[in-house]
Design a protein around this ligand. Structure first.
Ligand SMILES: NC(=O)c1ccc[n+]([C@@H]2O[C@H](COP(=O)([O-])OP(=O)(O)OC[C@H]3O[C@@H](n4cnc5c(N)ncnc54)[C@H](O)[C@@H]3O)[C@@H](O)[C@H]2O)c1
Ligand SMILES: N[C@H](C(=O)O)[C@H](O)COP(=O)(O)O
Length: 340
C-alpha cells in the first residue's frame, strides 16, 4: 500500500480542459508514480477517465487517496458531467473546469491536500463562457485573497517558470505588451522581486538569492534613447532593492541574460514581459520546466505547457512537465511541513 510521502497529504490535481491532453498526462503520471510513495487525486468529472484504460476509483475525501493509489487512479468526482471531444475546447464545460480548480484550492486551504497541481486550461474557451480571469495565476490569487500568508510572507501572485537550468519570473503576466509597458512601475518590480527572493530562500533553499532584473526596451533603453521605462521605473526599483539588502542587478539587456555564462550569475531572472521570461524558459526546458505561482498562501504548480489540442488523444503527449510539477509541489510541501 502506498504511504503518503514524508509527512504530507496527497496532492490535488485539477481536471483542466477536457478536450486537451490533461487526462492522458494524468494517467501517465499515475502509472509512473504508483508505488513511489507520492500520491495524488484528481478532481474531475468521472466521465473523463472512464475510457482512459486504467482502473479508476471514486473517492469521497482526499484522505482516501493513499490507500487507493497503488491500485487505481483516485478520482474525487465533481458531480458535474462534461461532454468531451478530444482536440476541441468547449465553453460548455467551463463550469466543471472552474469548479475543479475552486475545489482543489479549498482542499489546499483546509490542509487536506498539500498542494494544487493544475492541468492546462483553454483560456479562450473559459473567457468565452464569462470567466473573468486571464489565467490560473490571477484566479488563484482571487480565491485565496482572504487567507493570511504563512509566516508573514509577501503576497503575490507571481508567476515563476522553474527549469533545471533557469528560473524566470515575468513582472507583468497576462496582458498586452502595450498595457504592460504602460502599467510597469518601480513598485511592481520591487514587490515581484521581494516575493521571488522569499520563495528562492524558503521554497528552493537558496540562502542568498541573486536576482538579475531585465530592462523593458532593447538594450535596457540605451540610456533613455530607446525608451524611458528602464531609467524611470526599473533602475530605481533595483536601487531600492539593493538598499534593502536584496542582491539585485539591472536593468540588464534582456537579449544577453540567458546564455550559459550569464545564467551562472543569478538564481532567478525577473523579466518585464511575459514572453521575455517564458520564451527562454520553454526553449531551454519545455518538457522539464514547471509553472509555480509564488506569493500565495497555498502551493500551486503546473506543467509549463498548454492544452495541446493538436495532439490530444493521439498518444503523443509527454507527461514529463506534469511529473516535474507534481514532484516540485511535493518537495515544496515537505519543506514547509518540516519548517513548522
Ligand atoms: N497552465 C495552463 O493552464 C496553460 C499553460 C500554457 C498555455 N495554456 C493554454 O493552452 C492553450 C494552447 O496554448 P498553446 O498552443 O500556446 O501551447 P501548448 O503548450 O498547448 O502547445 C504548444 C505546442 O507544444 C506541444 N505540446 C504541448 N504540450 C505537450 C506535451 N505534454 N507533450 C508533447 N507536446 C506538447 C503542442 O502539441 C503544440 O505543438 C491556450 O489556450 C493557452 O492559454 C494553458
Ligand atoms: N502564461 C502561462 C504560459 O504561457 O505558460 C500560462 O498561460 C499559464 O498561466 P496560468 O498558470 O496563470 O494559467
Amino acid at each position: 500500500m502506498t504511504t503518503q510521502r514524508g509527512a504530507i497529504n496527497p496532492l490535488a490535481l485539477t481536471m483542466g480542459e477536457p478536450g486537451g491532453v490533461g487526462a492522458e498526462i494524468t494517467v501517465s503520471a499515475w502509472h509512473k508514480l504508483r508505488g513511489s510513495g507520492l500520491c495524488f487525486f484528481v478532481l474531475s468529472s468521472v466521465d473523463l477517465f472512464e475510457t482512459a484504460g486504467v482502473p479508476i476509483r471514486e473517492i469521497n475525501a482526499p484522505s482516501e487517496t493513499a490507500k487507493v493509489f497503488d491500485d487505481a487512479l483516485p478520482v474525487l468526482p465533481l458531480g458535474q458531467s462534461v461532454s468531451m471531444t478530444l482536440g476541441e475546447a468547449s465553453p460548455g464545460n467551463a463550469s466543471a473546469v472552474i469548479a475543479s480548480i475552486d475545489k482543489a484550492v479549498g482542499y489546499a486551504l483546509s490542509g487536506e491536500a498539500s498542494a494544487v497541481v493544475t492541468n492546462p486550461i483553454q483560456k479562450s474557451s473559459l473567457i468565452a463562457s464569462g470567466f473573468k480571469f486571464p489565467g490560473h495565476t490571477e484566479f488563484l490569487a482571487d480565491l485565496t485573497n482572504n487567507t493570511p500568508m504563512p509566516n508573514g510572507r509577501t503576497r503575490g501572485p507571481v508567476m515563476m517558470l522553474a527549469g533545471p537550468a533557469l528560473k524566470t519570473v515575468p513582472v507583468t503576466i497576462h496582458q498586452s505588451v502595450a498595457s504592460a509597458a504602460a502599467d510597469l512601475s518601480a513598485a511592481m518590480v520591487e514587490k515581484v522581486a521581494k516575493v521571488t527572493a522569499e520563495a528562492l530562500q524558503f521554497d528552493f533553499g537558496v540562502a542568498n538569492p541573486r536576482l538579475a532584473i531585465s530592462g523593458l526596451n532593447p538594450h535596457a533603453g540605451e540610456d533613455g534613447a530607446l525608451g524611458k521605462e528602464d531609467l524611470a521605473e526599473i533602475a530605481p526599483a533595483v536601487a531600492s532593492l539593493k538598499k534593502r539588502g536584496v542582491d539585485a542587478r539591472g536593468p540588464l539587456p534582456a537579449d544577453t541574460m540567458f546564455h550559459e555564462e550569464a545564467r551562472a550569475t543569478y538564481d532567478a531572472a525577473l523579466c518585464m514581459l511575459h514572453d521575455q521570461a517564458l520564451i527562454p524558459a520553454k526553449t531551454l526546458a519545455f518538457h522539464d520546466a514547471v509553472n509555480v505561482t509564488l506569493g500565495l498562501p497555498i502551493i500551486r504548480t503546473s506543467p509549463d505547457h498548454g492544452t495541446a489540442l493538436d495532439i490530444a488523444g493521439k498518444g503523443l503527449a509527454r507527461a514529463d512537465s506534469l511529473l516535474a510539477a507534481i514532484r516540485l509541489a511535493a518537495t515544496m510541501a515537505e519543506s514547509r511541513a518540516s519548517a513548522q
